[in-house]
Design a protein around this ligand. Structure first.
Ligand code: AGP
Length: 611
């Protein structure tokens, strides 16, 4: 078993709140699972070693169900002899679970993964009862066919591996939307979510694509489409060392996480749209009753740092879509102020770590005053979600870079989906308008991908500006918070003086700062305030500043801009999801060029648990 534990240790950077192993030996599958760090699993295995060389291991970053032993993977079917490990989100797991329960299945966990194990078991039963014509006589093809049929009932994201005591020597795997890589060894083969897990054993890897399956044995590996058709796959020779592999080949975790933003957006909205009405999937997911949402007197969005900037964007969305007042405040201020929050208010506490002391204190303060609290958090069962009344988790995966990027996109996505549900439940948005909004929102990951294509151009710009010591970021309306976020990114990882301002405020003082030592980043994408932003650029240029404008492809030229970064056209209200990307990349490249520690900038911590 050491090679599985070692592989899991290599994946701990992807998140860990519980872990487990299942081993097939002599026709029996045995499991060992433990909550907490991997060391707890290792200790459990010391006490009860599991013999055998065919095994599945999993280190969990919870999305559904709290971190606990019973929620730890691998999960099994009723027999306990068919086990599954899974990375991803099964969107329709609730409906599948209800249907399986009606067929007599009993569940031991809150996870979507356990539903998969029982679904496969049901498919095996179905194939066997359909007689020899349908059920392959060998258990290996029977297992393959049962997994393939089960995935036909599933919607969502998965990288999964299945082991069954009755199909000795074989693992059946499948991939859609979550990463799955096969390591081809000498007389041994490996499956993993990421290369570091098996890099010590082999550098030959097959990167599976969406809609593919694999049948993996010690001495063979065959690939199939979900339709069951055999396919050939190229083998890649991995050149990375282990550290590079943990960063997916990127120089820093921050850059890797910037590139993971389309997936963070997709995974956070996945399965959270329809039905939108009172029993909407989002409300059930958050544990929020429609009455609380419908009767909320006002919203209060409370957070710190980058999460506070997400709250500022959320204000525009909630007020525009629900017509209800949405107040925003830095948690460090809210907790000491005699605020008007009270009974009937809904407080949204936004936090990537879920451990920020000021935000936690603000949650408790709001509850003391009679308000209900919904947390928007990326860490299941952290202190803030545990204290909150309702929880809407972002599904961004572990964010290691101290500078928050993909978690910010996850927070915006969760706020957009929440605003949509609030608008529909409060009768402020029709079903057809809601569907239109969803269609626009599901296009955002693609727009973020398009923005990432500007990386080389932005790196070039960063070279030109790497010695600049003063930056002003300006934006209007929903882009004002993005100006603040762009400035925060630059200052926290490059130690450069950078300020974000509402562009309309420039003439009330800040414009006095502008001269040839100042660079101005203007967010001038397509919007009702485009002309005003164009004037801001000219005013800055006229005073000697160098101006970088973030604009929309196809929009009129901006005479006051020295440089333009052109983004795809997106609906004005949703533009923050895309406009932040070039600013993140700009901050990253300036920091890297200045030789700063991008992932662990000086004086900062990933989670500020002190006051
Ligand atoms: C953002 O890049 C910083 N790391 C910091 O401002 C962070 O957003 C803030 O400390 C809040 O953290 P949280 O989201 O974990 O509560």
């Amino acid at each position: 078993m050491p090679f599985i534990l070692e592989g899991l240790q290599r994946l701990e950077y992807r998140g860990y709140d519980s872990a487990g192993i299942a081993v097939a030996d002599n026709g029996v599958v045995a499991r060992c699972r433990a909550a907490g760090k991997l060391a707890n699993l290792a200790a459990a295995l010391q006490r009860t070693p599991l013999p055998g060389v065919l095994a599945l291991g999993h280190t969990r970053w919870a999305t559904h169900g709290k971190p606990s032993e019973e929620n730890a993977h691998p999960h099994c079917d009723c027999s306990g002899q068919l086990v599954v490990v899974h990375n991803g989100i099964i969107e329709n797991y609730f409906a599948l679970k209800e249907s399986l329960a009606r067929q007599g299945h009993q569940f031991a966990s809150e996870t979507d993964t356990e539903v998969l194990a029982h679904l496969i078991e049901e498919k095996i039963k179905g194939l066997k009862s359909a007689g020899p014509a349908a059920a392959p006589d060998l258990t290996e093809p029977l297992l393959f066919e049962a997994v393939r049929l089960a995935l036909g009932d599933v919607s969502g994201a998965y990288a999964l591996a299945v082991l069954w005591s009755k199909a000795p020597g074989v693992i059946v795997a499948a991939k859609t939307a979550s990463p799955l890589i096969i390591g081809l060894g000498d007389g041994e083969n490996f499956l993993a979510s990421d290369v570091p897990a098996f890099l010590a054993h082999t550098r030959k890897a097959v990167f599976m694509e969406d809609g593919e399956m694999a049948v993996v044995k010690a001495d063979s590996c065959r690939f199939f489409s979900l339709a069951g058709k055999r396919i050939e796959k190229p083998v890649t020779n991995i050149q990375w060392d282990r550290t590079m592999a943990e960063k997916g080949g990127y120089r820093h975790f921050m850059l890797k996480e910037i590139y993971e933003q389309p997936t963070a957006c997709e995974d956070t909205m996945r399965g959270r749209f329809f039905p939108l009405q009172d029993d909407g999937v989002l409300l059930r997911d958050a544990g929020l009753d429609a009455q609380t949402l419908r009767q909320a007197r006002q919203f209060h969005l409370i957070a710190c740092g980058t999460a506070y900037h997400a709250a500022l964007v959320g204000k525009y969305w909630l007020e525009a879509m629900t017509g209800v007042a949405a107040h925003t405040e830095a948690a460090s201020e809210f907790r000491y102020r005699e605020s008007t929050v009270g009974k009937g208010d809904l407080v949204l506490a936004i936090s990537q770590s879920g451990e920020t002391a000021d935000t936690l204190a603000a949650v408790r303060q709001a509850q003391k005053k009679g308000a209900k609290v919904l947390s928007i958090c990326n860490t299941v069962e952290a202190a803030i979600p545990r204290a909150a009344d309702f929880n809407l988790y972002t599904h961004c995966g572990l964010e290691l870079g101290v500078a928050s990027t993909k978690a910010f996109i996850g927070q915006l996505t969760a706020l957009a989906v929440f605003s949509l549900h609030a608008a529909v439940v409060r009768g402020r948005m029709s079903e057809s308008a809601a569907r239109e909004f969803v269609e626009e929102l599901v296009r955002m990951p693609g727009a973020i991908r398009a923005a990432l294509k500007l990386d080389d151009q932005i790196q070039e710009l960063a070279r030109k500006f790497r010695k600049k010591e003063h930056f002003l970021f300006i934006g209007r309306h929903v882009n004002y918070p993005i100006a603040l976020e762009g400035a925060l990114k630059l200052k926290e990882i490059s130690y450069v003086h950078a300020e974000g301002y509402a562009a309309g405020e420039m003439k009330h003082g800040p414009i006095a700062l502008i001269d040839e030592d100042v660079a101005v980043l203007a967010i001038a994408t397509r919007s009702q305030t485009f002309e005003k932003m164009a004037s801001n650029c000219q005013e800055a240029k006229a005073r000697g500043a160098q101006v970088i404008a973030i604009t929309t492809q196809g929009d009129p030229p901006l005479p006051g801009a020295d440089f333009r970064l052109e983004l795809p056209a997106v609906p004005e209200l949703l533009a923050p999801l895309v406009n932040v990307v070039p600013l993140q990349l700009f901050a990253y490249h300036i920091s890297d060029l200045r030789g700063c520690d991008v992932d662990q900038p000086r004086n900062l911590a990933k989670s500020v648990t002190v006051e």
